[in-house]
Design a protein around this ligand. Structure first.
Ligand code: FES
Length: 266
């Protein structure tokens, strides 16, 4: 039986949509942004170089943690427990799987790419082209339910990114120092923490499955705080996407010697 706007009982409208505004603009913009991110991330992951700036101690979040024997000296803040991967496997493979899985299954991004790429639906009051609708009840979209597990992985990565940011407070002549890259890295970490801890799964972890809040005052306070962040989850999702790209591009440029890192001190 036909579903969606073609299902029995729905008004038969011949036109594709009655909307007259430029409803196609937001999904088109989103498609361009997401496509750019996918292309950029793919190129960077297969580059396998320019991820560590040794003098400044900057490690790009795209390659963190660098835990294989193929990582350049100094970049492995947690040792090198993994052997060097075969040449066709990027050394940032594990990082990529967790972070891409976290973003791809995120509720905000799901809405974005279902609209932009699947046109499902492209906008309110614009029928989708698909004849059938099974939602996220079948393979492969049922895998979206694993988002909560990617969330746990993302929390570990948020802590690792924070540790990398602390190490980026390294002076070029020893001791503590701050360069432009340090500031960029810290802004990125703040945005990543905002994105990770405003996650819907995070809100559920702290405040879900409780009969009443009065018996769980700490969880209630955390849930209240996360709920405030959660309102801005979409903004954190998009801002952190750009800060990750910008931070990675900056560290790549410093690491490759294309630019030098201006120092505020030391
Ligand atoms: Fe977006 Fe969890 S809902 S990261």
């Amino acid at each position: 039986m036909a579903t969606g706007v073609l299902s029995p009982g729905r008004a038969r409208i011949e036109k594709k949509t009655l909307r007259r505004d430029r409803w196609w603009l937001p999904p088109l913009n989103m498609a361009v942004v997401l496509a750019f991110f996918v292309v950029y991330a793919t190129v960077r992951i297969f580059m396998n170089k320019y991820y560590w700036a040794p003098d400044e101690h900057y490690l790009t979040p795209v390659y963190s943690p660098c835990i294989s024997a193929a990582c350049v000296p100094g970049s492995s803040h947690f040792g090198q427990p993994l052997p060097a991967p075969p040449p066709f496997v990027p050394i940032a493979f594990i990082t990529f799987v967790i972070l891409a899985g976290f973003r791809a299954t995120c509720y905000y991004y799901r809405k974005a790419y279902y609209r932009s790429f699947f046109l499902s639906p492209a906008a309110c009051a614009v029928p989708e082209p698909h004849k059938k609708y099974s939602g996220e009840t079948r393979f492969p979209l049922i895998l979206q339910n694993y988002h909560r597990y990617f969330f746990y992985g993302a929390v570990v990565f948020a802590l690792i990114n924070l540790y990398d940011a602390i190490l980026a407070l390294h002076g070029k002549n020893g001791g503590v120092g701050v360069g432009l890259g340090t500031i960029i890295i810290w802004i990125n970490v703040l945005m990543l923490w905002g994105y990770t801890f405003s996650c819907h799964a995070c809100r559920h972890v702290f405040g879900g499955r409780l009969r009443n809040f009065s018996k769980h005052p700490v969880r209630y306070r955390l849930w209240t705080l996360i709920s405030k962040l959660n309102v801005r989850h979409g903004q954190f999702a998009m801002i952190s996407l750009f800060t990750v790209i910008f931070t990675d591009a900056y560290i790549m440029a410093v690491s490759a010697g294309w630019i030098s890192d201006p120092r505020l001190f030391n």
